[in-house]
Design a protein around this ligand. Structure first.
Ligand code: AMP
Length: 176
């Protein structure tokens, strides 16, 4: 693959997945291509290289893949934010609303010291509920949240409107 952003063309649209009406952005072809994966994670990291990030908080599950690569690029730690029942030991939990019903996310208590400078990461920003929930978890943990980074922002779904306006939210690719 040549060119800086050609990796973006590898993102595949899958209609009606995982349920009818959803146009799913499948990033797995980007992950499978060595130069595309490197270019995408490099672009995700670029706005944050001088930010003094101490830990990346990656949201299950594609946020783990991008988050771990991002943590390596930023030379910082990685802490997983997971679906309920997956993390051992004491956990903090946040519940949040979905289009239908509710979901929750957890982080291990004491995974980070109070005041740790953290960056939240996920693959796709849609309605913004997931990222907002992860922000509350990080705050419960006493972290200094520097902002959030997503690979893809689906602007029509309005997720940025649910994010705290004065906190940076970087999107490597934006779809109108
Ligand atoms: P939301 O909470 O609505 O912003 O949804 C974001 C979460 O759901 C992320 O963890 C994404 O991985 C996933 N997601 C939502 N919509 C899509 C989509 N159209 N394509 C791929 N992933 C999506």
């Amino acid at each position: 693959m040549s060119g800086e952003t050609e990796w973006a063309g590898l993102i595949r649209d899958v209609a009606d997945f995982p349920k009818p009406g959803i146009l799913f952005k499948d990033i797995t072809p980007v992950l499978a291509d060595a130069s595309a994966f490197a270019a995408a994670t490099g672009a995700l990291a670029d706005p944050w290289r001088e930010a003094g990030v101490q830990a990346v908080l990656g949201i299950e599950s594609r946020g783990f893949i991008l988050g771990a690569a991002l943590a390596r690029a930023l030379k910082c730690g990685f802490v997983p934010v997971r679906k309920p029942g997956k993390l051992p030991g004491d956990v903090l939990t946040v519940e949040y609303g979905l289009e239908y019903g509710r979901d929750s996310l957890q982080i291990q208590e004491n995974a980070l010291s109070p005041g740790s400078r953290v960056l939240l990461v996920d693959d796709v920003l849609a309605s913004g509920g997931t990222l907002h929930a992860a922000l509350s978890l990080a705050r419960q943990q006493g972290c200094d949240v520097l902002g959030a980074a997503v690979l893809v922002e689906l602007q029509s779904l309005g997720g940025r409107g649910r994010w705290q306006a004065d906190l940076p939210l970087t999107a490597t690719l934006r779809y109108p």
